[in-house]
Design a protein around this ligand. Structure first.
Ligand SMILES: Cc1ncc(COP(=O)(O)O)c(C=O)c1O
Ligand SMILES: C[C@@H](O)[C@H](N)C(=O)O
Length: 374
């Protein structure tokens, strides 16, 4: 891994912690300064066009977060309540976007547990679609998928089957593609191939790609225009967006090609942790490792504390690797896990090993459902 001076070098809580590189900051200095609310900023317009073209879509829109990208895309697909959105029970749009589906979209949600415990299949979806006009129901109007989810890649064949099913019933398809870059880098499947199966996609540039701010939503012009309307309504209209778009453009160019290496580093760490006796809640396929702390008998609070002692930030069961993660920090992570395992064994020996959830640990809280369900 290229060694970085970033404060993110020792932070394993998420890939959202990545910090702008000198080249991103340099690009900001030469960005245009048009007013993006009036669509007058060339740097922003060029970035939108670039990502839309990469995804095989005619229109794109720069927004300030993945949450905004998802919520305004989903709202733009919905016209007359009652209606519902079908998604994975762990989907970010359902679990971590502050209830936006209920407030902005006034939508019911059908959260589906994948039978294979990893990704939704067309059979899972078909069993839970709400069709017809029975006045007791809220018919499914959108299927919202997430790729990657918890770092696992949804097979393109399954996405294709679900898309065909949706289109048979006139249901819209949205992709929370916060980490679609990671899926594309790992599978070699282009963003435009993924784009064929969705009406809208939301791609974050502020996570593994390392931009300081920004997500791009893509789709047909009419739905993107409607989404833009909801962006403005939420106060998301941006004036000199070019400063942010310039950094995002560099992030795509510079970091997208590095994601595969990040995944290799992640998988190497995972195999070393397995040699130490650790197991994982879900497969390690890209840049996340979900430790099965329950099975190891490790108290998350102990792991967090051991990390702090070594000067690294661990937030719970989820270990996030990004292109700014330092080699030294990875060595310290392994030490923290080793020490936590020793403490777990000591506690087990003297019968005091109660695994407690730490207070306020976001990443643990974010995915403790996976801990329980997997
Ligand atoms: C899968 C997924 N979708 C959407 C988001 C929301 O992105 P943001 O934090 O920029 O709102 C996140 C979190 O970063 C995420 O992990
Ligand atoms: C916490 C969550 O919203 C964020 N997307 C993350 O993955 O860290």
């Amino acid at each position: 891994m290229t060694e970085y001076k970033s404060i993110a070098a020792t932070d394993f809580k998420s890939d959202t912690v990545t910090t702008p590189t000198p080249s991103m900051l340099q690009a900001m200095l030469t960005a245009t300064h048009g007013d993006d609310v009036y669509k007058e900023d060339k740097t922003t317009n060029d970035l939108q066009a670039r990502v839309a073209e990469m995804c095989g879509k005619p229109a794109g829109l720069f927004v300030v977060s993945g949450t905004m990208g998802n919520q305004i895309c989903l709202r733009a697909h919905l016209h007359q309540p009652p209606y519902s959105i079908l998604c994975d029970y762990r989907a970010h749009v359902y679990t971590h976007e502050a209830g936006g589906l209920a407030t902005l979209s006034q939508a019911m949600v059908t959260p589906v547990h994948p039978r294979n415990k990893i990704y939704l299949t067309a059979e899972d979806v078909e069993d839970y679609l709400i069709l017809g006009d029975d006045i007791h129901t809220a018919p499914t109007r959108v299927i919202s998928l997430e790729n990657t989810l918890g770092g696992t890649i949804m097979p393109i064949e399954e996405i294709a089957k679900i898309s065909t099913l949706a289109r048979q019933h006139g249901i819209k398809m949205h992709l929370d593609g916060a980490r679609l870059w990671n899926a594309a880098a790992e599978t070699g499947i282009s963003l435009s191939v993924y784009g064929k199966y969705f009406d809208t996609m939301s791609l974050c540039i502020s996570k593994g790609l390392g931009a300081p701010v920004g997500t791009i939503i893509v789709g047909e012009p009419d739905v993107i225009q409607t989404a833009n309307w909801f962006r403005k309504q939420a106060g998301g209209g941006i004036r000199q967006a070019g400063l942010l778009a310039a950094a995002a453009d560099v992030a795509i160019t510079e970091t997208f090609p590095k994601l595969k290496l990040t995944h290799e580093v992640t998988k190497k760490l995972a195999s070393e942790l397995e040699e130490m006796g650790l197991t994982f809640q879900i497969p390690v396929q890209t840049n996340f490792i979900f430790l099965d702390l329950m099975k190891a008998g490790i108290d998350p609070a102990v792991l967090i504390e051991e990390g702090n002692k070594l000067g690294i930030t661990i937030a719970g069961a989820r270990i996030a690797i990004h292109y700014q993660t330092s080699t030294a920090a990875i060595e310290k992570l392994k030490l923290a896990v080793k020490k936590s395992l020793e403490i777990a064994k000591q506690r087990h020996a003297n019968g005091t090993n109660g695994v407690k959830k730490p207070e306020g640990s976001l990443a643990y809280a974010v995915y403790d459902k996976i801990v329980v369900d997997h």
